[in-house]
Design a protein around this ligand. Structure first.
Ligand code: SAM
Length: 307
């Protein structure tokens, strides 16, 4: 049987840190092996040297491969047969649509290996999963553990889930929600929507496979529910959210934090550490938007009051 690792070693230079780990390649091989001789299509967000696009092209002799990267096209994929490249941000919905046009329709496999930042990952997913992934297709999100890296823009220090929340009557089981980790955990809620509410989510997820640092989200063949209505403060706003939406989102963060802090019934050190870490992230976001503080004060009742 052809081994995707051997295709990878043809194209990645020695020591290239972007080389996909064997555990990822094993999952991709599991998904792709049955359709190697078919005219499939793959979209990869994040191209870097172009090695992965060449690997897909060679492993799938009839496939169309589209890559999107915020940087310029790497020279080794320019003019390559069956490979298309678009220079754009991963949340540029017109570029994502253009990728679909180049492939002649929705993709069999979409891989997000681009920014590894939660809100950008989510923006791409919200556009691509409903519109540009085939039913039964797979959406892979690589390297989601950036949510555990405090040096990452939306990451935060790893905090062990508490072992102390086993008391009878415990209702809330805390876990890490930062960055891509939180985005992926939200997908569980979408997946169970039909079971709980009788109608599919607009993100109609059939199955989620989680490996260390890799999530594979399979699209259901059932028809999706209607998309949510979007207001200015919606957290799901796709690319182009203006300052008003960002301010409203910050306001919602603060209100949410306030509610969660006042909900805190125990002095469990795990919970307190997690709350402190959440407050720090929100404060960071606020200080980066310092000029908007005045407007925030007007939007969030009681914000900034010291009495
Ligand atoms: C880990 S590398 C991709 C490696 C490649 N997928 C592979 O397996 O060989 C990440 C790439 O994402 C690109 N990138 C970072 N932020 C992006 C964004 N917001 N939109 C599109 N591409 C982005 C970077 O320029 C970089 O080339």
């Amino acid at each position: 049987m052809a081994d995707l690792n051997s295709f990878a070693s043809r194209h990645y230079a020695a020591g290239d840190f972007t080389l996909k780990p064997p555990s990822y390649l094993a999952e991709y091989e599991r998904i792709l092996a049955v359709s190697r001789d078919k005219a499939t299509s793959i979209l990869e967000l994040g191209v870097s040297s172009g090695a992965s696009l060449l690997m897909w092209r060679d492993y799938l002799p009839r496939a169309t491969i589209v890559g999107i990267d915020i940087n310029e096209i790497p020279p080794n994929i320019a003019g390559q047969d069956r490979i298309h490249f678009i220079q754009a941000g991963q949340d540029d919905t017109s570029a994502l649509d253009k990728a679909g046009e180049l492939a002649g329709g929705p993709f069999d496999l979409i891989i997000d290996d681009a920014s590894h930042i939660g809100y950008l990952t989510k923006r791409s997913f919200l556009h691509l999963f409903p519109n540009l992934l085939k039913p039964g297709g797979t959406y892979a999100i690589e390297d989601f553990c950036t949510g555990f890296l405090p040096e990452f823009p939306d990451g935060s220090t790893y905090i062990e889930p508490p072992a102390s929340d086993t008391a009878s009557g415990t209702r809330l089981f805390e876990s890490h929600q930062f960055g891509m980790v939180g985005v992926i955990k939200q997908m569980i809620d979408h997946m169970v929507r039909e079971l709980i509410a009788g109608q599919q989510s607009y993100l109609s997820i059939e199955k989620i496979t989680i490996r260390t640092n890799l999530a594979l989200i399979e699209k259901s063949s059932k028809s999706a529910g209607p998309p949510p209505s979007r207001g200015p403060g919606d957290r799901d706003v796709l690319g182009g959210a203006g300052p008003e939406a960002e301010i409203a989102a910050l306001g919602a963060d603060i209100r949410n934090l306030h509610r969660r802090l006042t909900d805190l019934e125990s002095a469990d050190p795990h919970l307190l550490r997690r709350r402190v870490s959440e407050v720090e992230v929100v404060l960071d976001r606020i200080s980066s938007k310092f000029g908007w503080l005045g407007r925030l004060r007007r939007m969030v009742p009681g914000f900034g009051r010291t009495d």
